[in-house]
Design a protein. Structure first.
Lengths: 132, 361
């Protein structure tokens, strides 16, 4: 299991959020989540310009085994999507916290919503029960 | 309570992701189920299938019993070692289970049934066997390893004694040989050549380790499912059950309506055939991105159907499925994927044969 980078925040539903220097938020799924889903074969991303709301489903990742909704960790406008995943969804399996990012949000209400997310220690504790 | 096969510790030592399957703690994959799928199509992989139930039937009237019990004709088995695939039907023609039966001697046949249906199958065997004085004996002392792929047979043969190797090398498809304490059948659930090996539990770990050392890759139930779907093989509980007849599950080829044989479910099957079958099972392929999955609605001009087994097909790089649709609905099919209607093509299956796509040409 990959180590959890210290600069990430997490949803209980296993999405990660990274606040970039520019104040934008990059979103992906955790290494734990990709492991549980297994080989990813299809990613349905939002469109650039879409408005997303924290806690709402805004993307889908599908593995051979299951389809899983992706919930936005923060509210705002989608300003970039990882188009490379269309042809290579397995990038998420290989590098969930890096090249396997899903999309970037320009947040509306970052300070308040960030409070609601889990820090790496709290997330590690959450998933501990699932590890086999 | 979750049951474990004798290979459970071996799976865990290999880092397998474990999953509950029909009450058994089984390996889903050992890393990537897509890699495991490809290794079976291209080389050799092995599956722990010890959760499946081996039942030995003994008694002078065993053949007569099976003539009555099975929808396929046991009289197709004339030489010891030969195997037959058949449905086990209830009186309404619904499928209780699908199974493989081996003819070993006139007073000894071996049946292999699914894990999830073990209890009801044994109860049914016992109920029906009384009239024929057939002894029904579950062989919980046996484990089973399926070794599959274009190089599977060679890798197994290299581990056998000279005499057993000679016997196992010459058996045809759907035939079993015995030797070295093993029951070696040229059968499988992947669409590739290979063996299913029944081994006493006490020898199973050693056999597993020797197969690994011979270059056979451990593969989980995830790969087993995509391999069998590509190969066009039904999964009990998903593609058929007690509410579905063989006519509705594309298993008509396994029903033998030989004259004068009164098997359980025959009258119902003949009635359905005379009335016409309203639903049929078809193969679908989706050219768009996305994955067909069990339970999705199939919209057709003649009414709705549903996806039975559906998955991503690693050999094809797209999604395939079995679906049950109204008879005659062969064009204009669409699948409801999260509220979006996506066109699908009806195709003949197997989708993959001998490692190659059957979709083109």
């Amino acid at each position: 299991m990959q180590e959890i980078p210290g600069d990430l925040k997490f949803n209980k539903s296993h999405e990660w959020a990274r606040v970039e220097d520019a104040g934008t938020v990059t979103v992906g799924i955790s290494d734990h989540a990709q492991g549980a889903l297994g080989d990813l074969v299809y990613v349905e991303l939002p469109s650039v310009g879409d408005t997303v709301k924290a806690g709402n489903a805004c993307a889908v990742v599908e593995s051979v085994k299951a389809a899983s909704d992706i919930y936005a960790p923060v509210s705002g406008e989608v300003i970039a999507i990882n188009e490379a995943l269309t042809d290579k969804p397995e990038t998420i399996n290989e590098d969930a916290y890096g090249d396997g990012w899903l999309f970037v949000i320009k947040p509306d209400n970052l300070a308040d919503e960030l409070e609601e997310l889990l820090d790496p220690d709290a997330y590690a504790e959450l998933i501990e029960g699932d590890e086999s | 309570m979750t049951r474990k096969t004798v290979l459970n510790d071996s799976h865990r030592a290999l880092g397998a992701r474990m999953v509950d399957f029909g009450g058994w703690d089984m390996p889903l994959n050992y890393g990537s189920q897509i890699d495991e799928h490809h290794v079976v199509r291209r080389d050799a992989g092995m599956f722990d299938v010890s959760h499946m139930t081996v039942v030995d039937l003994h008694g002078a009237r065993t053949r007569e019993f099976l003539r009555h019990l099975l929808a396929n004709s046991i009289d197709k088995l004339k030489k010891p070692g030969k195997a037959l695939y058949s449905c086990l039907l209830n009186e309404r023609g619904g499928v209780i289970d699908d199974l493989i039966v081996y003819f070993l001697a006139e007073d000894f046949f071996r049946v292999i049934v699914n894990a999830a249906t073990r209890d009801k199958d044994l109860a049914w065997f016992n109920q029906q066997a009384k009239a024929y004085a057939v002894d029904v004996r579950e062989r919980a002392d046996l484990a089973m390893i399926a070794v599959q792929g274009p190089n599977a047979r060679d890798k197994v043969l290299g581990l056998l004694s000279a005499a057993t190797r000679e016997a196992a090398a010459k058996i045809g498809k759907f035939v079993a040989a015995e030797g070295d304490g093993l029951f070696i059948a040229r059968t499988g659930y992947t669409g590739e050549d290979g063996f299913e090996i029944i081994v006493p539990e006490r020898d199973a770990v050693a056999l597993w380790d020797r197969l690994r050392a011979a270059g056979v890759a451990p593969c989980g139930l995830g790969a087993r499912d995509t391999l069998r779907l590509e190969a066009g093989m039904n999964l009990y509980g998903q593609d058929m059950d007690e509410t579905v007849s063989p006519w509705e599950a594309n298993l008509g080829w396994t029903v033998a309506l030989d004259p004068g044989r009164d098997f359980i479910g025959r009258a119902a099957l003949e009635q359905q055939q005379a009335d016409g079958v309203a639903r049929v099972m078809v193969g679908l392929v989706m050219d768009d991105k996305g994955v067909l999955r069990h339970g999705q609605r199939v919209a057709t001009p003649l009414g709705d159907g549903e996806i039975l087994s559906g998955s991503f097909a690693p050999t094809l790089g797209k999604s395939i499925a079995f679906a049950r649709v109204p008879a005659g609905a062969y064009d204009g099919l669409q699948v409801d994927i999260r509220g979006r209607l996506v066109p699908v093509r009806l195709v003949k299956y197997p989708f993959v044969r001998d490692g190659r796509s059957q979709l083109e040409g």
